[in-house]
Design a protein. Sequence first.
Lengths: 169, 450
Amino acid sequence: MTDPQASPPANQESDDVVPASGPGRSFLLIRVANRWLGIESQAIVEVAVKGVITRIPTAPRHVLGVTNLRGGLVPVVSLAQLMGSTSSMSTDNGLISPRLVVVATPEYELALVVHEVGGFVTQVSKKSDTPNKRPGFLTDEIVCDGHTVDVLDLPALTTAAAGSGAQGD
Amino acid sequence: MSWWTKFFGLHARLIAAFSAMLILVTALFAWAIKWRGKDLAEAALLKRATGITEVLARLTAPAAAQGNSQELQRLLLLVQDYPDLRYVTVLGAKGEILARWSQSPLRPGEEFLEEAHSPRVVLGEGANGMVHVLSPVRAGDVHLGTIVTGFSRQFVQQILRTVESTLLSVAAAVLLLAVLVALLLARNLQRPIRVVAARLSQLSQDLVDSARSQESAGTQQAGGIEQTRRTMDRVLGSAQQIAERSSQVLGNAERTVMGNRAVAVRIKELNGQSERAGELLAAIMQVADRTDLLALNAALEGTKAGEAGRGFTLVAAEMRRLAESTMESVNSIRQLMNDMRTASHEAVQAGHEGVALSEETTRSARDIAMETQQQRKATEEVGRSMDDMAASVSDTMTRTRLMVSHAAELAQAASKLTLLMGGGKSAPTIKTVQEPTGLAKEIMEGDRVP
């Protein structure tokens, strides 16, 4: 999934979505900057509107702060920053509110800032020759509707978000 | 010109007139001298005869008192030297002849013998009749007799003839002198008059030439004036049309201004309504956004639920499509509204520019109307000036013709004067100015081409 201007892969929920326990896993497609990624549906807590984010001093640059989601504080991580993208946070039109995809890891929850949420797809096949030039939290590549989409490895992402990374201002 | 004038010029006529005048004066003088001289000669003769007779009476008184005839005869010889004394007779107191003397023998009855007690003069009949003077001879109060003398009038006639011949000689001399004087005067008068006549003829010719030039210039000026009048009429017509068109433009521009202002107001109202529609669209967009979010979360929950949540997931997916469709429609509507807003803004701008242009057009139309009005007034003023100028030109040409006519008469008079001065060449005949034609005639007759 490298075409920056490509439209999101067609939503195959009506035909391809199957329960997680089924033979194929379900993924939620998200766009970060010009790149489409996939997050396994079982790890997603909810999709929320990006609200007020309170910055955390000395936090890494990709950690934008914390936000209040139903009374709980959830760290907000910028996937774009984490992936080294310089693209600013914006949606296609100025009307759709930025989304936060809240994912659950074994340690805690994270709110990932995404530019767009595509929809749910079911994994069709998995590519075997995955190149090693990607960040470490992108583990697998799946082929969806003829397009290759990187899959986020949430534990690795949690480690990357909590561990290394440039310090913020 | 009469044959008299042709053959006898002013020179001869001046001489004749002056000579005739002098001859007349001389004749009158001669006639006056003749009659006056006769009377004077008669008076002198009577006075002299009376004196001589009285002297003889006193001289002869003593001799008569003594009756001495010889003495009386001797005394009578004392007056024999008087050429006109024809006779002297001394009568006594009784009328007898005491002494007598005569220059030549007397014819019978020629001697006048009468007593006189007082001096008396008796004139003989005829021009050659003698003058008889009777004077009493007295010695104190005693009448002694009468002395009678007879004087001949031939001497008076001789004197009168002498006077007449003298007068004729004087008259002839005066006539000759008059002729000479008249000749000199005529020559002295003739030369300047000829010069003046020639100069007068030349001036008349120059005057006619000048009048012709003036007439030609007047004709050209009349043509120019008429051409200018026609041009002014065309300009006036154009100004009228411009005034009407500018009035129409003014009305249209004012209506355009009002229309543009109304359009601007309507567009402003439309913008306000568009803003309210945008707010409604924002609300719809927000609802669709939240619906999309809810549908997404519902699909997530359905997915987590596995096979049991499959239907729920499908419904959520449809809801999400609806929300996305709604958002797309809203986006399209917003895009359309943005386009409409842009178009209306441009329309407002264009309306403002149109209002400004219409106001500028209105001002220009008013200025044009005002300028046209002033132009029409100025054109009418020029037309009136052209009328005045045409009248002036007509009057000038009339006066020019009159002046030429007078100049021609003057030239003819100069020619006659030249002829009178000795039959020289007459001055050339001067033609009068030609009758005006064309535009000049129309102007002189007061006709105007509209």
